[in-house]
Design a protein around this ligand. Structure first.
Ligand SMILES: *[C@@H]1O[C@H](CO)[C@@H](O)[C@H](O)[C@H]1NC(C)=O
Length: 366
């Protein structure tokens, strides 16, 4: 009798304290999967989108509940813990949380339409009976947002007059973390003083705008979630700039010769011969296309023009100084080219100039 009693006690003792038995009875809790996927226990959720975490429990003791809670810092910086759920029962905001299950012992927490206030440490846990202990697993959710331009504070195309103004190109974007803003120019051209190919910050100041400042600028806003880009074209109004292809050009009597000048202007002078906004002049005489000569304007990239005068067969009266004139509402500019006599005939390169210009038009459009 005595032996039997002792045996029972002993057996119970072994059952309760045997290492092997009690460990195999311990529940294990694991957050196995999440969307977005976690990395180093961190989940970067996108504001406005759902985030879910999959909690799998093994050896769940009878009568035990699988719970979710989360811990965050209050505005005053104090840690606050909030119960979310017990098994499939939501304790708090039904609109914010849901517990889903796709198999036994799986408790997936869905945080709907992530908000900044949802940032915190989310714990899936099981209370271990008779012990003040819990089996648990935790993930940290942070709220992230890809950059978005603030349309009202971001510049659209600007149109200014040369010399008389400072221009500030502006670019503002929101995002989380706060995006970095970088200004660049098309083709990585050098930025206005103090120069450089890129400039950090929301504002790009261009002092006393010069016609060389014209063109496409773009700002990029980026954070760890992505990159966005916005083009801002700076249009500068300026009086015509005229440059000669050559200051002096020679030809023998009886041969063809082409004089060329290059014109940059905004607005561009009309190429319509009737308006005389573009003209070749010798002395006081404006030269028009006739059976001895012709004028021709060729449009190039960025509103650049090549303006040519071709004399089909040079006569002695043709030698002398010519003026290439460009005129717009903003002013008139001219440059002179001298045609002088040579004994040897020269190859006329007029056609080649126009070809290289067409080439640049072609390039610009593709
Ligand atoms: C969340 O967990 C991280 C990492 O363990 C910790 O640094 C942070 O203080 C925790 N936040 C709260 C509100 O407890």
């Amino acid at each position: 009798m005595m032996d039997y009693f002792t045996f029972i006690i002993l057996f119970g003792f072994i059952l309760q304290y045997s290492n092997v038995d009690s460990t195999s009875m311990q529940p294990t809790v694991k957050i196995t999967q999440s969307d977005p996927p976690h990395k180093n226990r961190l989940i970067k959720g996108e504001i406005g989108k759902d985030v879910w975490m999959h909690c799998t429990v093994e050896n769940l003791p009878r009568e035990s509940q699988v719970k979710w809670k989360y811990r965050y810092f209050s505005k005053q910086g104090r840690p606050v813990t909030k119960e979310i759920s017990s098994n499939f029962q939501i304790k708090g905001d039904n609109m914010k949380w849901a517990i889903e299950s796709n198999s036994d012992f799986s408790y997936r927490l869905r945080v709907k339409a992530l908000h900044i206030n949802d940032e915190g440490n989310y714990t899936c846990y099981v209370q271990i009976t008779d012990q003040q202990q819990e089996a648990r697993d935790t993930r940290t959710i942070v709220a992230r947002q890809t950059p978005i331009f603030d349309g009202e504070k971001t510049s659209s195309d600007e149109n200014v007059a040369e010399g008389d103004e400072d221009v500030v190109l502006q670019c503002f974007a929101t995002g989380r973390p706060s995006p970095t803003i970088v200004w660049r120019r098309q083709g990585n051209a050098v930025l206005p003083p103090p120069g450089g190919v890129e400039r950090l910050g929301n504002k790009l100041l261009i002092k006393e705008v010069n016609y060389r400042d014209k063109g496409m600028y773009f700002c990029t806003a980026y954070n760890e979630m992505g990159v966005i880009k916005r083009n801002v074209e700076l249009k500068v109004r300026y009086e015509p700039k005229v440059t000669q292809a050559e200051l002096r050009i020679g030809q023998a009597l009886g041969y063809q010769r082409t004089l060329s000048c290059f014109i940059e202007a905004n607005p561009t002078p009309s190429t319509d011969t009737g308006t005389s906004e573009l003209a070749w002049k010798k002395g006081t005489q404006i030269l028009k296309t006739n059976d001895r000569m012709k004028t021709k304007a060729i449009a190039g990239a960025y509103g650049k023009l090549t303006f040519e005068l071709t004399i089909f067969s040079v006569e002695s009266s043709d030698y002398g100084s010519y003026e290439c004139i460009a005129k717009t509402v903003l002013g008139q500019t001219s440059k002179s080219i001298e045609l002088y006599e040579t004994t040897e005939p020269q190859i006329d390169k007029g056609g080649k100039t126009s070809f290289s210009c067409r080439g640049s038009v072609f390039f610009d459009h593709f």
